[in-house]
Design a protein around this ligand. Structure first.
Ligand code: UDP
Length: 500
């Protein structure tokens, strides 16, 4: 009898993370019939975010495979302290509160365990937990290899060279070189996760990076042809034994069916009536919203550019530290007077947009994006060039990478930062700068558009049989199955559990 080898997955709750993990799970069971997957779900309370929770419920309810199951961890009981810092701090506290439940779940597993795969933001304390229980652990890195390279670099600076990383970056006034980037970086594009002392030291980023080194492997949602230089830098560390093996397996994208098919039908219906390559999409991710003052500048820019547009516009939450954006009940209050009427033939404003579906539509000619990694991979997959407008997390570095290294994007801004803006030391982006970016983005026959097309072909080739990510995934599965045999040899499970 063939026994299944169990793989346990722990995603971080926001939409961009959990959707990637679900796709990773689907891919694992699709590529190997001996693997059975359990995804442990930590739900965010509704007052923080409803989108990611309803996404998981829909996916879990529609899952038809008996080798993929979703286990909901108990509801958390957040204290006000969880919401006192940046959003990532809330996730960190949430995970800490769930550690004992995850431990119980792992301890009570009966079958052979092939691996424990944890989201990049769950590496601490879960990698240590796995080590203690003798379970082979892997990190699922949902950001680019450039960001992985930076995290590992700064962890060495802190731990081995005793550099105060936030202080070092804040005091840097010239370009900085890193092995994972071809070009030197302005310190302003470095993530607040390194610059903000709380995020680096208290909410886990330094600890996450320490955890990565202890894992058995780092599975990363990217592909060789996209991030050759950064992956080489990480692989060099791996060869010297300083970090585990890196498995680039991307692009992995959220293919789940929309939970709101009527909204999807309305939007695609509108796009069907637009000429090919004529519409610019504006969307700032699951956590992105802009203040009214900035929204007005975008509206002015769109109107002046004369370009057709589809704009995902959502309301900033009351507590911008932790809560996610919500839908507006009326757009007219925040937009310039008469804007909706004047642009009704050219544009459409919506709330949550079915982004992957929209990007696949031939009417879309460009994407003003916050440069979240999922959004980048999705636009690459469909060959849509980007205009960069990062907001938080590692997005400033991603924007720099797209414009200065990959070449499939034009710049609106590279170093906008929501946190700096909320402290009042970040100027708003003017309508002129936005209009210039949109005009540049929507030009035909540009090098940027050619590059976007080239990367589209490369991304598709990488996941086809024999492609770089396909082969890397094969290595990962081989390793997971080997883990089971090793556990058997070490006597952790009985002979009756032997595979095949
Ligand atoms: N997304 C979407 N509609 C929206 C906003 C986001 O479908 O209105 C999806 C998007 O396609 C992507 C994910 O949510 O898959 C956002 O992930 P990303 O890494 O780009 O940004 P994050 O939300 O993590 O900042």
């Amino acid at each position: 009898m063939v026994k299944l080898a169990e793989v346990i997955l722990v995603p971080c709750p926001p939409m961009g993370h959990v959707a990637q993990m679900v796709e990773l799970a689907k891919l694992l069971i699709h590529r190997n019939h001996q693997l059975s997957i359990t995804i442990l779900i930590m739900k965010l309370p509704d007052y923080i975010d409803v989108v990611s929770g309803s996404f998981v419920d829909t996916v879990a309810a529609s899952s038809t495979s008996n080798r993929l199951r979703f286990v909901y961890l108990p509801d958390a009981d957040p204290t006000p302290e969880w919401s006192s810092k940046a959003r990532v701090h809330f996730f960190y506290r949430l995970l800490q509160s769930q550690e004992s439940h995850i431990r119980d779940f792992l301890v009570n597993q009966r079958g052979p365990m092939a691996g424990f795969i944890v989201d990049m933001l769950c590496a601490h304390p879960l990698i240590d937990l796995a080590e203690e229980l003798g379970i082979p652990s892997y990190v699922f890195f949902t950001s680019p290899a450039t960001f992985l390279g930076l995290m590992l670099h700064f962890q060495v600076l802190e731990d081995e060279c005793h550099v105060d990383v936030p202080e070092f970056i804040r005091n840097s006034d010239r370009l900085l070189s890193f092995p994972c980037f071809v070009n030197p970086l302005p310190p302003t594009v470095l993530s607040t996760n390194f610059v903000d002392r709380d995020m680096w030291l208290i909410s886990g980023f330094l600890e996450f990076a320490r955890g990565y080194r202890k894992a058995k492997g780092i599975i990363i949602n990217t592909f060789d042809e996209l991030e050759m230089h950064a992956l080489d830098a990480c692989n060099n560390l791996s060869k010297s034994g300083r970090v585990p093996l890196i498995y680039p397996v991307g692009p992995i994208m959220n293919q789940s069916k929309s939970s709101r098919p009527e909204v999807e039908a309305e939007i695609t219906g509108w796009l069907d009536h637009q000429p090919p390559c004529s519409v610019v999409l504006l969307c700032f991710g699951s956590q992105g919203s802009l203040p009214v003052e900035q929204v007005k500048e975008i509206a002015l820019a769109l109107e002046k550019s004369g370009c057709r547009f589809l704009w995902s516009l959502r309301r900033p939450p009351e507590d911008s530290n932790t809560q996610f954006p919500r839908e507006y009940t009326s757009y007219s209050e925040i937009l310039p007077e008469g804007f909706l009427k004047r642009t009704e033939k050219k544009g459409k404003i919506v709330g949550w947009v079915p982004q992957l579906k929209v990007l696949s539509h031939e009417a879309i000619g460009g994407f003003v994006s916050h440069c979240g990694w999922n959004s980048i991979l999705e636009s690459i997959w469909f060959g849509v060039p980007i205009a960069t407008w990062p907001l938080h997390s590692e997005q400033q570095g991603n924007a720099f990478q797209l414009v200065k290294e990959i070449g499939n994007a034009v710049e609106i801004t590279l170093d906008y930062c929501e946190r700096r803006r909320s402290r009042g030391d970040q100027p708003i982006i003017t309508a002129q700068a936005i209009e210039k970016g949109i005009r540049e983005l929507m030009k035909t026959n540009t090098q940027v558009r050619d590059k976007a097309k080239e990367m589209k072909q490369k991304s598709r080739a990488s996941v086809m049989e024999g492609g770089s990510s396909y082969l890397s995934f094969e290595k990962l599965i081989h390793k997971l199955l080997q883990n089971v045999n090793q556990i058997i040899c070490q006597g952790f499970v009985g002979k009756e559990d032997v595979l095949n």
